[in-house]
Design a protein. Structure first.
Length: 140
């Protein structure tokens, strides 16, 4: 697993989403089961499961959105949301922060030019003071 570092809100503000996003977010296959989701969520740092089919966004779910009584063999996709706000990598961080504020969330899915391929994930940290960036150190 790549090491994650942080970029502060202040440092992120003048940048584009592509400069701050996690470029290779972990995804699960779209045909994953609820048991697969539960295993994914065993890591307490994981706060979103992204489902993908051939790199295309197929849904997302947070641990608290998964009912505890759902059988493990059920398709994960049945419980994932596809109606989430998304942003493109060329959007400004001001635009992204507005979407995060409006949705009250700490994650924003970044989709490529086709509007379907997962390009990254914008991840506000637990404190709300910065963003996680993947193994490349501080965002440029």
């Amino acid at each position: 697993m790549a090491a994650h570092s942080k970029v502060t809100l202040e440092d992120a503000a003048p940048q584009l989403v592509r400069d701050v996003m996690v470029r290779r977010p972990k995804t699960l296959p779209a045909n994953s089961t609820v048991a697969d989701l539960r295993a994914h969520f065993e890591n307490p740092r994981v706060r979103t499961a992204l489902l993908a089919e051939d790199g295309r966004f197929a849904g997302a779910i947070a641990p608290e959105e998964l009912p505890p009584d759902v059988p493990g063999g059920e398709p994960a996709r049945d419980h994932a949301r596809t109606d989430l706000p998304t942003v493109g990598p060329e959007a400004t961080m001001a635009e992204a922060l507005e979407l995060l504020d409006r949705g009250g969330d700490n994650r924003l899915i970044v989709l490529g030019e086709d509007g379907a391929t997962i390009a990254g994930l914008l991840c506000l940290d637990r404190t709300g003071a910065g963003f996680c960036v993947d193994g490349r150190g501080q965002a440029p």
